[in-house]
Design a protein around this ligand. Sequence first.
Ligand code: PBG
Length: 350
Amino acid sequence: MGFLNFKLIISNLVLLKRGLFMYPLRRNRRLRTNDSIRYLVRETILTPSDFLVPLFVVEGKGIREEIASMPDYYRLSLDNLEKEVKELWNMGLCAVLLFVKVPDNLKDNKGSEALNSNGLMQLAIKTVKNACPDMLVMTDVALDPYSSYGHDGIVENGKILNDETSELLAEMSVSHAKAGADFVAPSDMMDGRVKIIREALEDESYTDTGIMSYSAKYASAFYGPFRDALDSAPVEVKNVPKDKKTYQMDSANRDEALRETRMDIEEGADIVMVKPGLCYLDIVRDIKNTFGVPIAVYQVSGEYAMLKAAAEKGWLNHDAVMMEQLISIKRAGANFIASYFAKDAVKLMG
Ligand code: PBG
């Protein structure tokens, strides 16, 4: 230690002993006196590029149907998807996450329709890229919207098959990459799927296609409205698990999230995700402090629905609570947020 540093420490100790760093000389409220000083010292700022916008796509034309449990959020047919992404782009929103609602007659246990190169997802990717070439397109990779059982993987004898599912997810990812997706986002929580997807993309020369892995995805009751939106809830049939607890994580676990995340990074994930958002911000901070990788947080459908419902009743101030929640997610360590509030929030930013 240099002599000057030593002297500084001693003189600080002397000041501390005299109480000079304490009240009343130290008044923390000085930094909160008015907006100007609050803005100057603000630690976390939201901008339009902090958002990934989830979009629900349906077959048909001219469709823009509101989702009952997600007020002000819509399923869009491809023509309206085109309009929507142009509007998002003009607002400064630069990334979308695509989901499709698949008609029942196209669903089966293996989610075969997911591999159709002219399927709804593949067409949706092309639609976005044609409308806005620089809009970043991420796609959900899991079987559930395509599964007759509403599970993220193949169901056999009451179980969800891991390795067989991962092979399909890899094919699905290649199909999305072919259609023009920038990132594939496996949301299924099968073991080892990031590695298998990465290898499949490399084999097909999609070396630039990224993987955003849902690394710490919890078996959450907050996904209810999303499953309404896509009509993708697990079906209640004998020998089909009624929930996703054998693959999605137990909400009681924290260390396990780090193990899952570490493995996904080692397997080749470019971005890791924590999902849901608000209840899991300790996990976000753990990952932020442990690994130097970009973190996405998914503020999920149930979080959106809760605030919409409370605001509708006049019990919460919609805009203020929305901004507080989004800022808190970013403060916890998110690099960006998948949120149904993206447009509302950007409008408020003015
Ligand atoms: C599909 C998937 C789900 C969500 C995103 N991808 C549902 C689920 O896992 O059951 C939920 C998103 C939300 O609730 O907003 N694997």
